[in-house]
Design a binder for this molecule. Structure first.
Ligand SMILES: [Fe+2]
Length: 226
């Protein structure tokens, strides 16, 4: 290859890399600005949110590891498996902290748990934006749902797990507000499951949409979304 062409290829690669860095930085800035999980600097909400979210990341990385293995990418399976194990340890730590909160202040904690669930647990990156796709996270979460990486069923399973883990049904001596929160939490998992079943039935009847997803490195791939 002539030297001039080599230099041009080099410059073009450098520009590509710079653009990648800028896009990644842009994503990071959006994340910092809009990635608020609505925990309002309240430690009750914060530890309940992280308990839920760490279990969600444990599940989604475990599912990704399983799929990577099935498709023959053992290195990716190993990386996702290690991350899943790490997330599990985080979940254990946070759920133990909330267990202590329930021991000290059952009323305040059950009210905070219900409050957090009413706001819905959004993943930290739910408002991420790459400067091009207004529905970036929605599209990625649709793909995750279709692939079985993280689904509405997982959301309901996590809630059911936490309600059992913190023995919400057995709480006694609560205030009126605490009792309402307890009832709400105990009835929420079946409600979410029913809503999900209806949404799935509707999605099956609707048309399939093909969309194009970009990743941070700029390569595109087509996926079907319902
Ligand atoms: Fe974590």
């Amino acid at each position: 290859m002539p030297t001039v062409v080599k230099i041009m290829v080099g410059v073009s690669e450098l520009l590509d890399n710079l653009l990648d860095i800028l896009r990644t930085e842009k994503l990071g800035k959006w994340y910092e600005k809009y990635g608020d999980p609505r925990t309002e600097n309240n430690p009750y909400l914060g530890f309940i949110y992280t308990s839920f979210q760490e279990r969600a990341t444990f599940i989604s990385h475990g599912n990704t590891a399983r799929q990577a293995k099935e498709h023959g990418d053992l290195k990716l399976a190993q990386i996702c498996g290690s991350i899943a194990a790490d997330e599990k340890r985080h979940e254990t730590a946070y759920t133990k902290i909330v267990e202590k909160l329930f021991g000290i202040d059952p009323d305040g904690t059950v009210v905070a748990f219900a409050d957090m669930m009413r706001k819905k647990i959004s993943m930290p990156a739910h408002l991420m934006y790459d400067g091009r796709d207004e529905s970036l996270f929605d599209n990625f979460s649709s793909v995750a749902q279709r692939l079985g990486v993280y689904t509405a069923k997982d959301y309901a399973d996590i809630l059911e797990f936490l309600v059992g883990r913190w023995k919400i049904e057995n709480l006694t001596g609560l205030s009126g507000e605490g009792n309402k929160a307890q009832d709400y939490l105990c009835g929420l998992t079946p409600r979410i499951r029913r809503l999900d079943e209806r949404a799935q039935a509707r999605a099956k009847k609707g048309p399939k949409i093909t969309m194009v997803c970009d990743n941070v490195r700029g390569s595109s791939y087509k996926v079907e979304k319902q």
